[in-house]
Design a protein around this ligand. Structure first.
Ligand code: CP
Length: 305
């Protein structure tokens, strides 16, 4: 199956997922990456801030022998300031490059960009919509850490109304049998119905719980997310902040074989001492961020190579 653009995680089937994982494994083990994308140019067009997604895509492209042109703050440092639409910008940039990685503050903009671009468009996050490459690297991390993608209990915690990574991950988890998802969020930031309906339609067991400490001993994966201050009102933020925290007091409720994931950046929803973060195998979020490099290398190779 060809992946002309990658804007929603439900586009992936198991065959593509495992193709990309096996390529990511190769890149992880063998640092001699070759020049697979020599002569190709990737544009990173970011209308919202990023550390991991933009830099790992750029590093991935450079390591594969390609080149990168970037506008890291397209809202201020592109012709968007003069009033140019994203649609026009994408039409222009697609004439200069071989692929575009785009992050936009409005839901649906990556999909719209894909209808206008001559070259593959990859969604690096569209508002409250999706962040499919994050979900792919989250899934890869679960696979590497747990050795399987089925029969897992996954607690997804935080701002699930605005959290695009959680939304994208649900679509992927739903492709594997026997998974059970437990949502924990402040009352006003619950997972939206479109995802719940998708899970219901695909026979994926899920439920909503309130008490994190009761769920921690059950979970194989604890997927923490931050409260997305930039997408909600100050009142909503104040009412949500600090409701769900993993700290020294409840960390040991987590099973020794379980893993904590977080798409990062983390703010105050994980408060663990550096010694625990550095040494306890349950802390998987830094390995997860590193996996992002190999998964994005594999994705670029798959789509552009
Ligand atoms: N996880 C993630 O999207 O991080 P950045 O915002 O730093 O890219």
């Amino acid at each position: 199956m060809v992946l002309a653009h990658f804007v929603e995680s439900q586009q992936l089937d198991k065959e593509i997922i495992f193709d990309i994982f096996s390529k990511a494994d190769e890149f992880r083990k063998n640092k001699n990456y070759g020049q697979l994308l020599n002569g190709k140019v990737l544009a990173t067009l970011f209308y919202e801030p990023s550390t991991r997604t933009r830099l790992s895509f750029e590093a991935a492209m450079l390591k594969l022998g390609g080149s990168v042109i970037t506008t890291e703050n397209a809202k201020e440092f592109s012709s968007a300031v003069k009033g140019e639409t994203m649609e026009d910008t994408v039409r222009i940039v697609s004439a200069y490059t071989d692929a575009i990685v785009i992050r936009h503050y409005d839901e649906g903009m990556a999909k719209l960009a894909s209808t206008l671009s001559r070259v593959p468009v990859i969604n690096a996050g569209d508002g409250k919509g999706q962040h499919p490459t994050q979900a792919l690297l989250d899934l890869y991390t679960i696979y590497k850490e747990m050795g399987r993608l089925d029969g897992l209990k996954i607690a997804i915690v935080g701002d699930l109304a605005s959290g695009r990574t959680a939304r994208s991950l649900c679509y992927l988890l739903g492709k594997f049998p026997g998974n059970e998802i437990i949502f924990l969020s402040p009352e006003h930031l619950k997972m939206k119905d479109d995802i719940k309906e998708y899970l219901f339609r695909h026979g994926v067991e899920f439920r909503e719980e309130k008490n994190l400490d009761e769920v921690l001993p059950l979970a194989d994966i604890v997927y923490m997310t931050r409260i997305q201050k930039e997408r909600i009102t100050l009142d909503e933020y104040t009412n949500a902040r600090g409701k769900y925290i993993i700290g020294e007091n409840n960390f040991n409720l987590i099973k020794p074989t379980a893993r904590i994931l977080h798409p990062l950046p983390k703010i105050d929803e994980i408060k663990l001492p550096i010694e625990i973060e550095q040494t306890d195998s349950r802390v998987a979020y830094f390995r997860q961020a590193e996996n992002g490099l190999y998964v994005r290398m594999a994705l670029l190779a798959y789509m552009m190579g």
